[in-house]
Design a protein around this ligand. Structure first.
Ligand SMILES: Nc1ncnc2c1ncn2[C@@H]1O[C@H](COP(=O)(O)OP(=O)(O)OP(=O)(O)O)[C@@H](O)[C@H]1O
Ligand SMILES: [Mg+2]
Length: 240
């Protein structure tokens, strides 16, 4: 069953009255519940933009073409009001961004706990859940460090722990292993794969890393703001 379904997704960034960038030019996409999918494609092809739209962080354009549709577990998400969008995001989704967006004044544990509190987890459980999530990413020993006192890879793992702490239905990651060495990347990929297999969580990862793509069930390829259809890819491979 489709968990995330979008059609006619367009997103234009307007830089001035004359210049704009069409980051998404009419994307149709469907991701099944329990799938682990990679979104790949050249820099600037619209991967992060698509992830932000699927994650209800950016609304798709309503003008300039057919009406966009976005469904999460069958319910309309395109027409949600701000408050409902925020709630859906906090309760059903976990994000790992390209920039980690950790709060610099909070420790690793507090950063993870904040996401749990935000999603409405019981106070008494927050601390335990935060510790567990840090343990999952191999950072139990760094719980009291602030982001500045962590390496780039460690900060990335805190961000992953923060995304996992609520056991979200959908985990969206933008280059979640981008700053890690290959051993760490494989380890984190293993953590995500395990969450996906054991808990049936749907995982969507934007990545440049063919190893990450290869570990997923399916690769969605983007180019110039559009998804490259499967049959075109076969054609390209045959021609190459
Ligand atoms: N906030 C913004 N304002 C204006 N243009 C933007 C903005 N965000 C992205 N763009 C443009 O939209 C296009 C798609 O950007 P996006 O970030 O989705 O690409 P990407 O595939 O994630 O690239 P990368 O692999 O480099 O992260 C790019 O041409 C980019 O310059
Ligand atoms: Mg990007």
């Amino acid at each position: 069953m489709a968990l995330l379904e979008g059609s006619n997704l367009r997103k234009t960034y307007r830089l001035s009255r004359r210049t704009s960038v069409e980051a998404l030019r009419g994307v149709d996409v469907s991701i099944d519940a329990g799938e682990m999918v990679a979104i790949m494609g050249p820099s600037g092809s619209g991967k992060s933009t698509l992830m932000h739209v699927l994650g209800l962080l950016h609304a798709p354009d309503r003008s300039g073409g057919p009406a966009p549709e976005l469904r999460i577990a069958g319910s309309d998400a395109a027409g949600l009001r701000d408050r409902e969008r925020t709630r859906t995001r906090a309760q059903s989704m976990g994000f790992v961004f390209q920039s980690f967006n950790l709060v610099p004044t909070l420790t690793a544990e507090e950063n993870v706990a904040l996401a749990a509190e935000y999603a409405g987890m019981r106070r008494s459980h927050v601390r335990v859940a935060a510790r567990e999530a840090l343990d999952t990413v191999g950072l139990a020993g760094r719980a009291t460090h602030r982001p500045m006192e962590l390496s780039g890879g460690e900060q990335q793992r805190v961000a992953i722990a923060r995304a996992l702490v609520n056991q979200p239905m959908i985990l969206l990651g933008d280059e979640p292993t981008g700053n890690l060495d290959s051993a760490r990347a494989a380890e984190i990929l293993g953590v995500l794969r395990r969450f996906n297999r054991e808990r049936g969580q749907t995982v969507v990862l934007v990545t440049h890393d063919p190893d990450v793509g290869g570990a997923c069930d399916r690769i969605i390829r983007m180019r110039d703001g559009l998804i490259v259809p499967d049959d075109m890819r076969i054609g390209t491979a045959a021609a190459a």
